[in-house]
Design a binder for this molecule. Structure first.
Ligand SMILES: [Zn+2]
Length: 338
């Protein structure tokens, strides 16, 4: 991560003199898969402490940069790219958005329609229609409670909770809790009287089924993103399969789509080859490892666009530079398969 940040900083210094064309030539990579979660001119509290979404202006300038150097690809072109051993004569990009947030419907989709850019959005079947909230979003909401609004809280109420986690600040603990301890977040919320159900009902952070179907009719593609967003490395192989199958089922039962798509929640780190064998019929499986080779035909890596506050141009150029650096030490081959 530190190396990636250093490369992004370097890329920003030299951005004027390093051309995308040169970077494509150096790496042989002329197709990229940038992905985002949200675009917002304000930081919603459930996101605020996790990552910084691009503003509408920043998102538009990212898109202008992409359109200047690459052609937008639709899902059929991505399938052709997959079938031609991941090669393509013209530079191309395919955009995707994770977590099925309402900003995809309200802000992102209208911009993409106007610019004629196809995209896919990945949904957690357990969160569609605001049925529940991702445990990291819950953690961010609680951090907001403890930090941003500077609420005086009765420490005696949360004293035992804090003591059990061997730290002195609840907001520090919250951001480090793994999926397996997500119930601890619910416990702390009830201790301080924060009601996630009413947040879901009032803020509606996720898209509804109707909104998803409307966007699907307009040509946007939807894929699965697990039921409730676990880190796959931390759950059993059978649970990985269950999370993937049930979320894929949501797409097939609710949408009329030719292809099935899945994007790993968090990352594909540690996922065994048996998983890819089990899901070899899924048309496309996306990771989040940046510009990187994959050995499995339907497996494609994407570039995270919200990992720093740098512009899309810097992030893409840095990914290319990072790829060149990794090539020098032979680290571009995907190491997750056993
Ligand atoms: Zn996600």
């Amino acid at each position: 991560m530190l190396i990636r940040k250093a490369v992004i900083t370097t890329a920003s210094l030299f951005k004027g003199i390093i051309s995308v064309r040169l970077l494509m030539k150096l790496t042989g990579k002329n197709v990229i898969f940038p992905f985002y979660h949200s675009v917002s001119d304000s930081y919603p509290a459930h996101i605020h402490h996790l990552y910084h979404p691009k503003t509408t202006k920043q998102f538009n300038s990212d898109l202008d940069f992409l359109l200047k150097h690459y052609c937008p690809m639709d899902i059929n072109e991505v399938i052709s790219f997959r079938d031609s051993s991941k090669k393509r004569s013209k530079p191309g990009f395919f955009l995707s958005f994770d977590d099925g947030l309402k900003e995809f419907y309200e802000i992102i989709a209208p911009v993409l329609l106007k610019k004629g850019i196809p995209a896919a959005c990945f949904l957690n079947s357990g969160f569609v229609d605001n049925k529940d909230l991702f445990y990291r979003y819950k953690a961010s909401l609680l951090c907001d409670y403890f930090l941003k609004e500077k609420k005086e809280y009765d420490i005696s109420k949360v004293k035992d909770w804090v003591k059990n986690h061997q730290n002195n600040r609840p907001e520090k603990i919250l951001l480090s809790l793994p999926y397996q301890k997500k119930e601890d977040i619910d416990t702390l919320a009830s201790l301080v009287g924060l009601d996630f159900k009413s947040y879901l009902a009032v803020q509606k952070p996720y898209m509804t089924s109707e909104q998803i179907m409307e966007l699907s009719r307009q040509g946007f593609y939807f894929g699965a993103h697990s039921i409730d967003h676990p880190m796959y490395e931390s759950i059993s192989s059978s649970e990985q399969i269950r999370q993937t199958e049930l979320s894929l089922r949501w797409q097939s039962e609710n949408l009329d789509q030719k292809y099935s798509l899945f994007a790993f929640p968090f990352s594909d780190t540690g996922v065994k080859s048996a998983f890819y064998k089990h899901f070899e019929k899924v048309d496309l499986i996306f990771g989040t490892a940046g510009l990187k080779h994959t050995a499995v035909k339907n497996h494609i890596q994407r570039i995270p666009m919200e990992s720093t506050d740098y512009s899309g141009e810097n992030i893409i150029k840095a990914e290319y530079l990072y790829y060149v650096l990794k090539s020098l030490v032979g680290k571009n081959n995907f190491s997750g398969y056993d």
